[in-house]
Write a protein that binds this ligand. Structure first.
Ligand SMILES: Nc1ccn([C@@H]2O[C@H](COP(=O)(O)OP(=O)(O)OP(=O)(O)O)[C@@H](O)[C@H]2O)c(=O)n1
Length: 442
């Protein structure tokens, strides 16, 4: 039997029985005026993070006892028509009228809101995703926690507030992303069932690519990214998301024939300190490619399609494309695929070709990213040693070539009457000569 690919980290959150005092919020003039005519509360992640003593992100507010016109009169800006959320004109904080909501049709548009001054804070908290996100605080620092958010935070449990959790498929990804942020947290049993239900429901197909990618991206750079993959894999959402983006079923499956290739690929990201989003994203796919064995050629092609569907930023797309090209070049060079590193010394010509493929002179940062990320591949994976070794040689060649006075080479070529491509050829020859002096794989 395979060892557990996801050993739990030591619990790092140890919280007292009673919630700590929350900071008093000093309202600005506009919030003070609003608080003069309605009750205002901070809700959601800002309260949760303050209780954990973690740096808070954006502040979201709930306003009870006001009408949309009251906020408009004060100068708040509506975020959309018929949606009871407004932006503070200076801080850009979101101020939402307390509301209840009900799903009336599949997809994103299908919500009916009910926001009027009679909706209470407790009713508003009930429509939220997780208990630990359904806490509020008053300006003077009083915690309002009718749904057991503190209890679950202390116990390290990600628990849905109500069955309405399933009304928004993004919540699957939000939950998985929070699990990656606090890897020691568990998912409550009933919540696991709702995740699986959502994965089966067809609702994940309606996710807007930008929102989907935003969650994936945040998870990839969080504390233990493999927990994100694991939570999505366990509930079946991962395969649905990949298949929706066009991956064939066999490649999209979270685990196959007793093997969990996706799980193993995600695990590469856990110790990937020092790597940014683009590098980690590429590492995930490269690891999955090497784990694919015979199917490996198609994995990176499918990745290229998926990242267009998910609107992955171009810098990440380009890095993955570089990895795909380098891998193809290595596979086609038979010496590089043999098991021993001694036989994998790349010739000066092939090193120079690789630097050109990587466009290393114009995009040195991207080449460095590729060289760095492949060092995180598990060397037990077929082909991983060859890739890491090739990257080291390319990096060493690149460093050696920094000694070349390119301006001088260009001047000398011009003095000989060279123009256009001939100058490029002169540079190439000078670089090759320098690498040859140093010897292959030196
Ligand atoms: N799909 C969603 C998105 C948000 N919320 C609720 O709205 C709050 C604010 O959402 P958002 O600002 O997107 O996230 P936070 O939880 O505040 O913070 P994080 O950035 O960690 O997600 C959440 O805490 C949660 O109560 C929800 O119930 N369902």
């Amino acid at each position: 039997m395979n060892p557990d690919p996801f050993p739990r980290l030591d619990p790092s959150v140890s919280l007292p029985e009673q919630p700590p005092a929350l900071p008093v919020i000093e309202p600005d003039a506009l919030v003070r005026r609003l608080a003069g005519l309605a009750q205002v509360y901070v809700v959601g992640g800002a309260v949760r993070d303050a209780l954990l003593g973690e740096p808070a992100g954006d502040r979201d507010w709930v306003v009870v006892g006001a009408r949309a016109q009251d906020l408009l009169d004060l100068g708040f800006r509506p975020v959309g028509q018929d949606f009871p959320v407004f932006l503070h004109p200076q801080t850009q904080d979101e101020f939402a009228l307390a509301r209840t909501e009900r799903k009336s049709a599949p997809g994103y548009g299908g919500f009916v809101f009910h926001a009027d001054p009679s909706v209470t804070l407790e009713q508003d908290l009930l429509r939220r995703d997780l208990t630990l996100n359904a806490m509020a605080q008053t300006l003077d620092g009083r915690l309002i926690d009718p749904l057991g958010g503190w209890r679950d935070l202390r116990a390290g449990v990600l628990r849905h507030v109500s069955d309405a959790f399933t009304e928004d498929p993004l919540r699957v990804l939000r939950l998985a992303r929070l699990a990656a942020r606090w890897p020691q947290f568990t998912v409550a049993l009933g919540t696991q069932q709702l995740l699986a239900q959502l994965a089966r429901s067809g609702e994940l197909q309606a996710l807007v690519p930008e929102r989907l990618w935003r969650e994936v991206a945040r998870a990839i750079v969080s504390k233990q990214p493999s927990r994100f993959g694991q939570v999505l894999g366990d509930c079946g959402a991962w395969s649905v998301l990949l298949q929706t983006a066009g991956l064939p079923e066999g490649l999209a499956q979270w685990s196959l024939e007793g093997e969990n290739r996706w799980g193993s690929a995600w695990r590469h990201l856990d110790p990937a300190e020092g790597l940014g989003l683009d590098e980690r994203w590429t590492l995930l796919w490269l690891a999955r490619t090497l784990l694919a064995g015979d199917d490996s050629a198609s994995v990176l092609d499918h990745a290229a399609v998926l990242q267009r569907v998910w609107r992955v930023p171009s810098s990440a797309q380009e890095l993955l494309a570089c990895a795909a090209r380098e891998r193809a070049a290595l596979v086609s060079s038979s010496s590089a695929t043999t098991a021993t590193t001694a036989s994998m010394a790349l010739s000066p010509r092939s090193l120079l070709d690789a630097l050109q493929r990587l466009d290393a002179w114009r995009r040195p940062q991207r080449a460095q990213s590729l060289w760095a990320l492949v060092q995180h591949l598990d060397t037990a994976l077929p082909g991983a040693k060859a890739i890491a070794w090739a990257a080291q040689q390319q990096h060493a060649a690149w460093q050696r070539l920094q000694a070349l006075d390119q301006a001088q080479v260009i001047r000398a070529a011009q003095e000989r009457g060279a123009k256009g491509p001939a100058i490029g050829q002169a540079l190439d020859a000078a670089r090759l000569a320098l690498l040859q002096q140093a010897g292959p794989g030196d």
